[in-house]
Every structure is written in C-alpha cells, then in structure tokens.
Design a protein around this ligand. Structure first.
Ligand code: SNW
Length: 288
C-alpha cells in the first residue's frame, strides 16, 4: 500500500513537471525564439541569415564600412527583432542565384525588393508584400529615350533573373537586351556608352540618376508584383511570424517612417500605412 501510494505521488509529480515544462515552452515560444531551441527552423538557432544585394540603393546596399543598409534592410531588421531575433546577417549575392540559395537552405530568407510572382512561388514562399512600385528604364540624356518606342534598335541592360528581364523579353521585342549580374556592372556600361540604357527598380534608378547625371526615362508599374521576403517552402512558422511582425510594423507607423526616410518624395502605397491613415483614393503616380 505504502509503496503504491509513493509511486502514485511520484507519477503525479512527474505529470505536473511535464505540464509546467509545456507551459513554459508555450510562453517562451510566443515571446521570442529562445525557449524552444529553434521554433522557426533557422539554419543557426537565434540567427537569421539573409541573402541580399550590395548595390540596390536605397533598397539594399553596403555603406562605406561594408555594412548592409537601406529600406529593405532596416525593415527586415525591425521585423526580425519583433520575432525575437537581433542577430541578422546579410550577405550579397547575384540576383540570379538568390532565390535558389534560399530554397536550397543556404539562407533563411531573401530580402532584396524581390517581387512576388506565381513563377517565383514555384521555388520559394513569400511573406506578405511590403513595397509596390515601378520598373524604370534609365538612360543618358543624350540617348533620346523618352518612351517605349524609343527603345527599338537600342541596347538595353537588364540584371539576370529580374522582373525587368522578363518584362523586356516579352514587351521590348525590337530591343537588344544585354544581361548583367548586377546593377553596378550595367551602369558602368551605360556610362561607357556600351549600352544605351539600363532597366531596373524605380528607386535604384533615382540613385544612379543623381550620381551619374542619367535620366529616369520610362516608368512601368509593377503593382501586381509587390516585394516580399522570400522564404524556403517548408518554413511555415517562420513565415507566419514574419507576417505578423510585418503587419505590426505597418500598423504602428514603422513602415511609414522607413519609407519616408529612404524614399523621400516618392508616392506612398497606402496599403502599408496604419489602418487609421488608409483612404480609398487610388495610388498616386510617380513624379520624376
Ligand atoms: O515588382 C517591384 C515592386 O512593385 C517594388 O517596386 C519593388 O521592386 C519590385 O519588386 C521589382 N524588383 C525587381 C525584381 O523583383 C528587381 C529586384 C532587384 O533588382 N533587387 O525582379
């Protein structure tokens, strides 16, 4: 009898211990990535490895010290911090290899103004969208390019694997496309006269235009492919956590503050503003 009672008490104690452990894990899981050792399935627990680009200012770029910064970089760091991860390591990649590097597990996420398309969703999952803007043809003022017809017979740079490349292949059929690994290489070719223009993201074009006296010649809306964070397909919990944090960053005005900091004067896509600031008016058009 005594033995049985002792055994029963021990068993109850064990049940209580397990229940406490489960409760503690549940608490830690909602607060941060600590607790359960790796709730988001990160390559290195507690750290997020990001595939990015070093020359897509002001989205993602490296400063004079070699540190990654830009709108996407600061937004992602903020979102990561909200899910409990402050150790975020950015690495520059060629755009053409970026999504494959995420899908095959070399990186936890891809952050580089990557437009969400059905084609890309065959390879990776995406967070909700966080930017919707324009694709821009940028040229030397002497190239005489002001609209799409002016591209006939011209040499146009595109970065391999971008939406610009796909768009140009489909729509600029009388244009000679020249493929580059990154924006810097293409811009050098514009500046040397080896190509007539380069086709890139609107804000990146503005930066180069200012730096080299080029003109932002044609803007094509890409609102149907808003940029999202690219994640490997088997990381559902990571994706859900990022989405929740992204919504919070939009709702408390963090997204807006970063947008105004990095894209001053640019039209503001309203869907990412705090809900109290949304109106039903259509998106404004860009001002060059
Ligand atoms: O589709 C747009 C989106 O609407 C926003 O303007 C940010 O850029 C885009 O995602 C297009 N970005 C290109 C792409 O996804 C190039 C990316 C890059 O050069 N980093 O292919």
């Amino acid at each position: 009898m005594t033995i049985r009672r002792t055994f029963r008490r021990a068993a109850l104690g064990a049940v209580a211990a397990v229940a406490t452990a489960v409760a503690l894990t549940a608490c830690a899981g909602t607060a941060a990535s600590s607790g359960d050792d790796n709730p988001y399935g990160l390559i290195t627990p507690g750290q997020i490895r990001v595939a990015s680009l070093g020359d897509s200012k002001p989205y993602t770029f490296t400063d004079e010290k070699g540190e990654f910064t830009g709108f996407d970089v600061e937004l992602f760091r903020d979102v990561a911090s909200r899910i409990g991860v402050d150790d975020v390591v950015f690495t520059g990649q060629d755009f053409s290899g970026l999504l494959a590097a995420v899908s095959n597990g070399q990186f936890d996420v891809g952050v580089a103004a990557i437009g969400i398309t059905a084609e890309r969703e065959k390879t990776v999952d995406f967070s909700d969208g966080y930017l919707a803007g324009y694709l821009t043809v940028m040229a030397s003022p002497s190239a005489g390019i002001a609209d799409v017809d002016d591209l006939d017979g011209k040499r146009l740079g595109v970065v391999q694997g971008t939406l610009q490349e796909a768009y140009a292949v489909k729509n600029f059929t009388d244009t000679d496309l020249v493929r580059f690994p990154d924006n810097n290489a293409a811009i050098s070719s514009v500046n040397s006269g080896a190509i007539d223009a380069h086709f890139l993201d609107y804000e990146a074009a503005k930066e180069y235009a200012e730096q080299y006296g080029l003109v932002n010649a044609i803007d094509i809306p890409s609102f149907d492919a808003p940029a999202g964070f690219a994640i490997a397909k088997d990381k559902g919990e990571f994706k859900d956590a990022l989405n929740e944090a992204l919504r919070a960053a939009m709702e408390d005005g963090t997204w807006k503050t970063l947008y105004q900091k990095w894209f001053p004067g640019s039209p503001m896509p309203e869907q990412y503003l705090p809900s109290s600031e949304q109106t039903s008016s259509p998106s404004p058009s860009p001002t060059n």
